[in-house]
Design a protein around this ligand. Sequence first.
Ligand code: ZN
Length: 423
Amino acid sequence: MIQKITTAAIVGALITGCGSPPDSVDGSETASPQVEEPSLHKSLLVLDSHLDTPALFHRDTYSFAERGSFAIDGTNVDLPRIRAGGLDGGFWVIFTRQGPLDEASYIDARTSALLRQMSIRELAARYSSEVELAFNADDADRIHEAGKVVVFQSMENAYPLGEDLSLLETFYVGGLRMLGPVHFSNNQFADSSTDSVVLYEGLSPLGEALVREANRLGIMLDASHASDAALIDMMRVSTTPIILSHSGPDGVYDHARNVPDELLIELAESGGVVHVNAFGGYLEELQQSPELKAAMDSLNAEFGSDLTALSPERAEEYRTARGKVFEEHPPPRSTFEKYLEHLFYVLDLVGPDHVGIGADWDGGGGVDGMEDVAAIPKVTAALIDAGYTEDDIEKIWSGNLLRLMREVEAARTTTLASPAIVR
Ligand SMILES: [Zn+2]
């Protein structure tokens, strides 16, 4: 059974990436609760494979240096909360909203994606005593030992590459090390898991060429958002294993964005990893109240059906209006317990050598009981309680991801200067 995606969360997702957080919820909760950190958590290299936070960098209301609050501003990640939660970094996302599949639109999207990459590099420059760009797996260990936050870059939606695959090398030189070909809608490269139309039954010929180009450069391939058939094609074409940077199991909740057991097993058997998502709408069916649905319907009538077409100003107006709606009619939320159900299901299915964490922070991720990155020590505590060893937990928090990254680095066939030199 494929769930139809109509929730407010997904509507928001069209604006900022995977999903934008509610702008306001119950005002009684003004700060994320401090979570007691297991000592093991502090000692590990803790990476999240999908941080949508760069989508916030251009907002006047967001500051990376100041502690925000999900309850007040809907955000999940900033430096104080990174430190509070013992998050050591991860993959920071270059997300681009999708327009028509034509040359003029590709050029607009290319500009937007290049500016987004620049904003990630600017973050590292501005906070250079706290944050550092990472270009290979060894960098992550070195930066962590120096006490800084690791900033890898990934691209969610290869749409801005247009049909000119040479552009991927430009992004690589800028630091891109992970690539998800497709997002909510089919594009020039692949079928999306959430598009109602099947265009290619997997990857297009251009999508296959994109996979080969990523292999050549040494860029990890991310099949989150790709259709099941596109994931199968990616596993077939790629010379290196595939990552799902923020996905979940159909076995707990049968949703288009989740992945069937047999594919998760195939992915793991081929050396891939699945990083488990904490996006509520993919964790369980969340029923909107009739009042919320009516309010959202009237909002959508006002702003039009194609929210991706809104100007930045109109998008801000939309978020403000939606915040008011959510204040009056709080949207349903999933829970930390449900997140753990997904995580442990995947761990039982494919084992701790093939699982990681990609909670979709600032892209709609987060649940009651784990509202932001300050709360992630709870995941480590739950893994300890469930009997996972220190070695397992280290692999889940970064070891599996970096193992795959090293494999992809070793398989690169380009004559481009080594990652250490192009830094
Ligand atoms: Zn996403």
